[in-house]
Design a protein around this ligand. Structure first.
Ligand SMILES: Cc1cc2nc3c(=O)[nH]c(=O)nc-3n(C[C@H](O)[C@H](O)[C@H](O)COP(=O)(O)OP(=O)(O)OC[C@H]3O[C@@H](n4cnc5c(N)ncnc54)[C@H](O)[C@@H]3O)c2cc1C
Length: 390
């Protein structure tokens, strides 16, 4: 059976989140602690407290770890509402990269690792980061890994440079994707490791100035120099890193789509309001054909995006991996939302490129979104390879 109707519970949750974000979170968008490198740690903690009080903290997290334990379709509805402000996901502790890392730890970590990292992390005691991309190494093609780990007894020593690492500053721990060098009967290959960020051997070498500005802690270049990882901090098994990348990536691609759909909805609302009120050549600009067409195109692409997200989420809720589908959704939705944001900037005229509305930020964020979690070209290439194979 196909249903496009949210349940009364899903709809009630959506309304609660929308009210929470629009009434309590949006006013913080102009807070000086919401910087060009994202909200500060102090602001994140303050916003988290508001979400906790509203009973809306960590909606994706299993109830066992203190969250609302939503399924994927319910998450799609909740995250869209939460994304109405770029600060919404920060407040509700479901922003990237934390949300994806919580999911990965929940699925792959040992019980001891969950107690040590997932439990306090899900409760918002600290943030995390995910260290995969490298300058001139792992990127669109993650198999180009240059960060290596060698055995030292049972421990591993990690050395290499990562960059574009979101939220590295102020994070409590990182998940590192690196290449373990096999030694004797000890296995090797692409592996995920967990490390506290204050460990000896981790240096934040450079903060990057980027187009986007919504992620707490900004984006960093991080150097690992003989970082010691005890055997118990290997995430899953040595050599199985690519399997876990897939566990993390398919749902994480969709949650990005959900949040930025909310952002694009907000931009469309602002553009629509302007198109109704602003007059040029004797009538509201929304009554001029070109602007009306842009608003209509936005309306169609927003609804197409929503339906694609719901479709892929329904597959995940049925227990499917959704790798192919999430690739299609990520590409189609990120491209569509960028077009929506671009049209909203145009409709607002000069105001569109100023910081007077959040549309300018949403435009910048949706531009970056076309690159992270797989650039559009890479997804299209992967989709085409799969369909060519049949
Ligand atoms: C805002 C932001 C936040 C990020 N956060 C993180 C993070 O927290 N942790 C992390 O590890 N990484 C993060 N990244 C990095 C991101 O995952 C990479 O930028 C992305 O995987 C692309 O890798 P690259 O930048 O090295 O591009 P490259 O690998 O250099 O690719 C450049 C371009 O080549 C083209 N290309 C590559 N392969 C193909 C192909 N098969 N067919 C056609 N064209 C192709 C694409 O157009 C691509 O954009 C972030 C990036 C951004 C922009």
């Amino acid at each position: 059976m196909i249903s496009f109707e949210p349940t009364p519970e899903q709809d009630a949750l959506r309304q609660r989140i929308e009210r929470f974000v629009m009434e309590q979170i949006v006013p913080y968008e102009k807070d000086p602690r919401n910087t060009s490198h994202g909200p500060t740690e102090e602001l994140r903690i303050e916003l988290n407290a508001l979400a906790r009080d509203a009973g809306l903290f960590a909606p994706h997290v299993p109830q066992k770890w203190g969250g609302l334990g939503l399924d994927h379709v319910s998450m799609a509805i909740a995250f869209e509402a939460c994304g109405l402000s770029p600060l919404g996901p920060i407040a509700m502790h479901c922003a990237a990269p934390d949300e994806g890392n919580m999911n990965l730890l929940d699925k792959v970590a040992t019980e001891a690792q969950k107690q040590r990292w997932l439990k306090p992390f899900a409760a918002g005691e600290f943030r995390s980061c995910f260290s995969m991309t490298e300058p001139w190494g792992a990127g669109a093609d993650p198999s180009e890994l240059r960060t290596k780990a060698r055995y030292d007894g049972e421990d591993l020593l990690v050395s290499g440079v990562k960059w574009l690492i979101t939220g590295a500053q102020g994070a409590g721990f990182t998940i590192i994707f690196c290449d373990v060098q096999a030694e004797g009967d000890k296995p090797g290959g692409p592996t995920m490791l967990i490390s506290d960020m204050d460990a000896d051997g981790i240096t934040l070498t450079r903060q990057l100035d980027t187009l986007d500005s919504s992620f707490t802690g900004g984006h960093w270049e991080v150097t690992f120099d003989n970082l010691r990882i005890p055997a118990e901090n290997v995430l899953g098994e040595v050599g199985q890193g690519f399997r876990y990348v897939q566990v993390r990536l398919a749902p994480a691609r969709l949650t990005h789509c959900m949040r930025w759909l909310g952002g694009a909805m907000r931009a469309q609302g602002i553009a629509l309001d302007y198109a109704r009120k602003r007059e040029a050549f004797g009538k509201p600009i929304g009554r001029h054909g070109e602007i009306g067409a842009m608003l209509a195109e936005n309306e169609m692409e927003l609804q197409q995006s929503r339906l694609m997200i719901w479709w892929a989420c329904a597959l995940l809720d049925k227990g499917e991996q959704g790798r192919h589908e999430s690739s299609m959704v990520k590409t189609a939705v990120s491209e569509a939302l960028f077009r929506v944001a671009d049209r909203c900037v145009q409709i607002l005229g000069g105001m569109g490129v100023t910081g007077d509305t959040v549309v300018e930020q949403i435009f910048r964020e949706t531009r970056a979104f076309r690159i992270y979690d797989g650039p559009s070209e890479v997804h299209k290439w992967a989709i085409s390879r799969r369909i060519m194979k049949g």
